[in-house]
Design a protein around this ligand. Sequence first.
Ligand SMILES: [Zn+2]
Ligand SMILES: [Zn+2]
Length: 294
Amino acid sequence: MLPHTQNTYWHEFSEISKYNVQLNYFERLWAAWYAFIGNDVLATGIMSFLMHEIVYFGRSLPWMIIDRIPSLNKYKIQGQKVPSAKEQWDCAKLVLLSHFTVELPQIWFFHPLAQFFGLSTTVPFPSIFTMAYQIAIFFVLEDTWHYWTHRALHWGPLYKNIHKIHHQYSAPFGLAAEYASPIEVMILGLGTVSSPILWCAITKDLHILTMYIWIVLRLFQAIDAHSGYDFPWSLHHFLPFWAGADHHDTHHEKFIGNYSSSFRWWDYVLDTESGPEAAKRRRERKLASSKKAQ
Ligand SMILES: [Zn+2]
Ligand SMILES: [Zn+2]
């Protein structure tokens, strides 16, 4: 019998390193984790849940610090509304509750479901190029899902019973990204999780690492869109179709329009853009068409 001390993560890591010299360091760390846990569903579940918590709160923290730096207040979109510590704490409590009650079971079911559709968890990892183009597709798919479901959530009865909670903060902050009814977390979360599953079902080509990077980037997008800050170096100044905080902050302030998550094209094409500039464009168009009719 092996001595008990050998049954550790680092023991697995050194065993894997001995026989798989072709794998890089991260690939060996990854393979050792699955070997150490010995149960793929459990290994994916623990890793996914921890990753989500670390990224969510880790990414929100810099925004909480920025809120306490007066010289950065000039970049706040709704400058007069800086969230208080109590508001942030109340928000964090509800977010944590929904992480444990709604997201944890979803994360647990993800692995068997994705494996059924052919998701890979083994090493070596896919190339950077493969991961990049797949993630770009997920961004487009999720944004489409988000636009239509979010727009539907603004329909009277759905708004009153589900989406109103998310709109409690008319000037959002990073932590408020997932401050929402558990039903909403499930509906909108489905766009994030089912885009890769759909891709995997059709192409049979998806690695769980790609999925993780996608979720991390999507969390960054959601938290940053709620940050309440628009800097001169914010991404939408360089990529005009990127939504960013400027786009979603207006949604929280005005309650209508700007329904999509990552990109501006759905709101542009379907004329649901929010804010004074969009209202001005609409007025001008109306004026031009009434002149034409005369
Ligand atoms: Zn909304
Ligand atoms: Zn929001």
